[in-house]
Design a binder for this molecule. Sequence first.
Ligand code: FMN
Length: 302
Amino acid sequence: MRLLGPYHWVIGNDPRGWLPVVDPTQRETMLSLGAFAQCLEYAAAHFGYQCRWRVRATTRQAADVLEVRLERRPGPAYPDLTGLLGRRTLRTDFSPVPIQPADVQQLTGGEAAHCRFLAPASGPGRDLTAATLAANQHQTARDPAQCELAHWVRWDAAAVLRHRDGLTAAGMGIEGPAGWLVRHFYDSARVLTPDFRARGLAKITGQLATHGGWLVLTSPGESVPALLAAGRRLARIWLRAKALNIGIHPMTQVLEEAPGPAGLGQYLGLGAPVQFVLRLGYVESYDAPVSPRRPVEWFVRT
Ligand SMILES: Cc1cc2nc3c(=O)[nH]c(=O)nc-3n(C[C@H](O)[C@H](O)[C@H](O)COP(=O)(O)O)c2cc1C
């Protein structure tokens, strides 16, 4: 993020954060920046500012993506900052109870046109579960994809503090004695071993066996504004999840491998490309976030 002046910023595109193997066209980068923009807008509103946005990027690789001016007037209503601070990815301990229609409605708010819920036992729900397992198997066997993952895994506490990004043991849900073991003895080469790959797939198979359904988010097209808007939609949905005790686990492999955004949209008869595949589940406790957060000074420059 670059400061142009007081309350006037440009949100940029940092190639160091790209995932060239699994996201070679920076589709996920644009979605992520959209989610960031939505969170920024809510945080600004909390402090009494309204954001005025201008999309600067015409390609997904452009250095400057969004320009924003903060003006001192009420922004969009958002109840409180605790939802924003408490949002997180949950991956385990999902109930098998299907998400109830009223909860799907609350979760998706007025955005149903771009969302499709697939119950876990429905035909399309089962198909998506099977396709997700197949895509994970395919990706896990791809060495370049595993090398890219290895680059972003932060095993030991010093690496977590040094980078404050990527995937940590806690973020992956590796806790207790297993967490201690990996934090002290694992290194990035471990991610490439057959044992690590097999354990990862076993974990995913378990996750796919128990959930409350899929929420699939589409976008009207694949332009930069359409992807940014889809990322914003994800953030709005995610921020409603905690109050409903619904865990959200993005599982992106069907979009990174086959069938891809357009193929999945076609297969499900949605008439639009899919941008997010979210595994949902009721959870007993919605624990506090564990993924590291970088201090603002680390990603702001003048
Ligand atoms: C575009 C996008 C794709 C993602 N895909 C996956 C995925 O395939 N599997 C997964 O476990 N998490 C996925 N995530 C979740 C991120 O790993 C997670 O948001 C990040 O590690 C930060 O953790 P937090 O959500 O708990 O703050 C995805 C997130 C985004 C924005």
